[in-house]
Ligand binder design. Structure first.
Ligand code: SAH
Length: 220
């Protein structure tokens, strides 16, 4: 994501009713926040928020929370949402590493990772959002039957992600190296900004859907 420091972006974000100021306070209380019992889907590293807003429009019976670390990027999402308010969307400006402080055990039904930063140097592997370190955080946050869905055009990152999920014992009902060429998997696919950009260049899009292994819940 290209970064420009946009003056006033933090203030604009703080002023928006769609941005959660102290998200830790909503841990375990997200359904209360949205005022219903609908499923909770989150996108980590949402960028300008198009994917989440398109989904929110298509699925008014699902609550969506978008997480983005840069205020200059998040600002674009906030502006779009202020223009077209959607009651089932909230945004958080935060570093994903602390995501477990914001969502209680079993509170999240789906986690989307789209075109996550590759962090190509090996010493940064644990910063990659589909790394084993992050998968352990996700496993704790996910509800029974909850899943992670990951899309990228970066084959190295995807191969890494598949290997990490295997290592952690997650089941993988969906793995494709060319999503757009698979009519079944591609049906109803909601494109992200990066997906549109990179598939237009001819890059195939990889996707997986994974679920934590079943004995993760303590006491069961
Ligand atoms: N999901 C969007 C944007 C992809 S670019 C799309 O597919 O179009 C990746 C985005 O993730 C960037 O906006 C980046 O700032 C954000 N990001 C990367 N690492 C993050 C982290 N650790 N915590 C929060 N956001 C992160």
């Amino acid at each position: 994501m290209r970064l420009r420091n946009i003056p006033g972006s933090r203030e604009a974000i703080a002023a928006s009713r769609f941005c959660i100021d102290e998200p830790e306070k909503l841990s375990g209380r997200w359904r209360e926040h949205f005022g219903n019992d609908n499923p909770l889907h989150i996108e980590i590293g949402m960028g300008k928020g198009r994917f989440i807003m398109d989904n929110a429009r298509l699925h008014p019976d699902v609550n969506y929370v978008g997480i983005e670390k840069y205020s200059s990027v998040l600002l674009r999402a906030v502006q779009k949402l202020e223009e077209e308010p959607l009651d089932n969307v909230a945004f958080i400006r935060m570093e994903a590493e602390y995501v477990e402080d914001v969502f209680a055990g079993g509170e999240v039904d789906r986690i989307y990772l789209n075109f996550s930063d590759p962090w190509p140097k090996e010493r940064n592997a644990k910063r990659r959002l589909p790394s084993r370190e992050f998968l352990r955080r996700y496993a704790h946050m996910l509800s029974e039957g909850g899943r992670v869905e990951f899309k990228t055009d970066n084959r190295d990152l995807f191969d890494f992600a598949v290997a990490e999920a295997e290592l952690e014992g997650w089941s993988m009902p969906v793995v494709t190296h060319d999503l757009h060429a698979d009519p079944v998997l591609n049906e109803g696919n909601v494109m992200t900004e990066y997906e549109e950009r990179f598939s237009a260049l001819g890059n195939p899009i990889c996707k997986y859907v994974i679920l934590p292994h079943e004995d993760r819940v303590s006491g069961s």
